[in-house]
Design a protein around this ligand. Structure first.
Ligand SMILES: NC(=O)c1ccc[n+]([C@@H]2O[C@H](COP(=O)([O-])OP(=O)(O)OC[C@H]3O[C@@H](n4cnc5c(N)ncnc54)[C@H](O)[C@@H]3O)[C@@H](O)[C@H]2O)c1
Length: 250
């Protein structure tokens, strides 16, 4: 079997009722994985599940707010039982930063942002890691953002939450390596989903070397690669499908 295939694997993707999460679910199903689809939006989650089934794979649906840790933990346990295991976790669910400045952001905005991205990712990982440890195999992929690395002139709570996700990624990569669990991040630039306004996206084009936004399947290719055994020697890393926007480092 080609190393990019995911046959026999079960992938749990948060926020896969639309956008990039749906593209990740459908692509991984096409590559052979059964999918646990999750979203707070019931209709979107069921639509994705239908697309997974149309690709010939099994789908289990969780409809829950990712910030409701107690419900999520119980639903993940149910999904694990129904599907037999969870081999791959993609912490994808997210919300945009609404282009607000520090002066416009209140405690509730900060809490919602960090709860959705950081706290939820932390507790989804905590729920799936025991099974991965037992099987001595697992893949965790955290969705960060270009803005975690280059910042933005607004939405600092979003940039901060996405940067925290990179910290979790690197720490878990070290902590879980003895159990053969790979933990990596995908940090996309602008991708054409429901997130962000058309005007903002257009304004960003001149700074993107490839002069276009990404399509949802483009970060999904990076996610599917990190979910496959092609990436078995890669952990604690960040892949940036961003059209060259914000080339950083040496
Ligand atoms: N679109 C971009 O340009 C871009 C760039 C960098 C990173 N990202 C990140 O990629 C991920 C996917 O975003 P997208 O662009 O596909 O956006 P999207 O809005 O199309 O999809 C996000 C999904 O997460 C779900 N969700 C949000 N809050 C939730 C909650 N509390 N509980 C359960 N589900 C919830 C939404 O219902 C939605 O289906 C996010 O983490 C986002 O921050 C997006």
């Amino acid at each position: 079997m080609s190393a990019h295939r995911l046959d026999g694997k079960v992938a749990f993707i948060t926020g896969s009722g639309g956008g990039m999460g749906r593209a990740e679910a459908v692509l991984m199903a096409e590559r052979g994985a059964d999918i646990i689809v999750h979203d707070v939006k019931e209709k979107g989650a069921h639509e994705t599940a239908e697309q997974v089934r149309a690709a010939g794979r099994k789908a289990h649906v969780i409809v829950a707010d990712v910030t409701d840790i107690k419900t999520m933990t119980a639903e993940i346990a149910k999904a694990d039982k129904a599907m037999g295991k969870i081999d791959i976790l993609v912490n994808n669910a997210g919300i945009g930063g609404d282009y607000r400045l520090l002066s416009q952001l209140e405690e509730a905005d900060f809490d919602k942002m960090f709860n959705t991205h950081v706290k939820a990712s932390f507790f989804c990982a905590k729920a799936v890691v025991p099974g991965m440890k037992e099987r001595k195999k697992g893949k965790i992929i955290n969705i960060s953002s270009n803005w975690a690395m280059i910042g933005a002139i607004f939405s600092s709570h979003y940039c901060g939450a996405k940067a925290a996700i990179l910290g979790l990624t690197k720490a878990w990569a070290k902590e879980l390596a003895p159990y053969n669990i790979n933990v990596n991040a995908v940090a996309p630039g602008w991708v054409d989903t429901g997130m962000g306004t058309e005007e903002e996206k257009k304004k960003s084009l001149p700074q993107i070397p490839l002069r276009r936004m990404g399509q949802p399947v483009e970060p999904a290719y990076a996610v599917a690669f990190l979910a496959s055994s092609e990436s078995d020697f890669i952990t604690g890393q960040v892949i940036c499908p961003n059209g060259g926007d914000g080339i950083v480092g040496i």
